[in-house]
Design a protein around this ligand. Structure first.
Ligand SMILES: C[S@@+](CC[C@H](N)C(=O)[O-])C[C@H]1O[C@@H](n2cnc3c(N)ncnc32)[C@H](O)[C@@H]1O
Length: 256
């Protein structure tokens, strides 16, 4: 494809990400989100996460910027999913860059893998979920024990609430972001939720930008999956976990 032909192809699509296609051509993403995309890349790089030889899942990949970065850093395989697939990524970016990324039109909730990925990138999606705990559970389910989960999302940062583990679920009418943004954990709430899925935080939450104009900053936290344990009271069938279970002579606590 000549440079002029490539420019003409780029002009056919609506873009979210700025992606360098070579020959001085960069896709025209949404200016408002360019700084957060750049910041995510810088923050991940500064964290020292090592992609070499790793199997990576990028959830909510949009035009593929963060999946491409993982591939360029040496990931052995990259799967990128989005429930609103970017035709630009599928038809132009990935073929043009000869990327081996497996791009799927798929909802996070429909992932079926178990303990599969070394690194899961979950950038800019969690605050869009109406079922955020189900989403986090899936994210953890698909990650290997010992694997890394990077969560970038809109966070509730109101200082008076920082001691409480909070998930704020505003109605679409009352959200500080766009109407599809309906789930804002605070830092304590996100850490508590991830711990209950068997994950430990692997660093401080880094904050960037108050996108909502008051106490809802974008923040990135890295977790490590250390076990598959979910407390047995919260799902499935159980015999020993009721409030009075400790009074039974055969009661035993959950295995650690
Ligand atoms: C704000 S964009 C973020 C794009 C990219 N991850 C980034 O950080 O630059 C959110 C993306 O997540 C996708 N998304 C939202 N909910 C999803 C879900 N349940 N499963 C898969 N993708 C989802 C949207 O279609 C959109 O492309």
């Amino acid at each position: 494809m000549t440079t002029e032909e490539l420019k003409a192809e780029v002009a056919k699509y609506k873009w979210y990400h700025y992606i360098d296609l070579g020959d001085g051509i960069v896709t025209p993403g949404i200016p408002l989100f360019r700084p957060i995309c750049d910041w995510i890349g810088q923050t991940v790089a500064a964290s020292g996460v090592d992609y070499a030889g790793k199997k990576v899942l990028d959830i909510g990949a949009r035009d593929g910027l963060h999946a491409l970065r993982a591939e360029s850093k040496g990931a052995s395989a990259v799967v990128a999913i989005d429930n609103d697939l970017s035709a630009a990524a599928r038809d132009l970016v990935l073929p043009h860059l000869k990327s081996k990324i497996e791009l799927r039109h798929q909802n996070l909730y429909d992932l079926t893998e178990k303990d599969e990925y070394d690194i899961v990138q979950f950038f800019g999606v969690l605050y869009h979920l109406r079922f955020p705990f189900n989403g986090l559970k899936k994210v953890v389910q698909v990650t290997k024990i010992g694997g890394v989960i990077m969560i970038e999302t809109g966070m509730l940062t109101h200082p008076l609430l920082s001691q409480l583990e909070i998930l704020w679920c505003p109605s679409p009418k009352n959200t500080p972001y766009d109407p599809s943004s309906v789930a804002f954990f605070n830092e304590a709430g996100l850490v508590a939720a991830m711990e209950s899925f068997g994950c430990e935080r692997a660093g401080n939450t880094e904050y960037f930008w108050d996108q909502g104009g008051g106490n809802t900053y974008r923040g990135l936290t890295i977790f490590k999956k250390t076990s598959n344990i979910v407390h047995g009271y919260w799902e499935g069938l159980h015999t020993y976990h009721s409030r009075f279970a400790h009074e039974r002579s055969d009661w035993k606590p959950d295995a650690p």
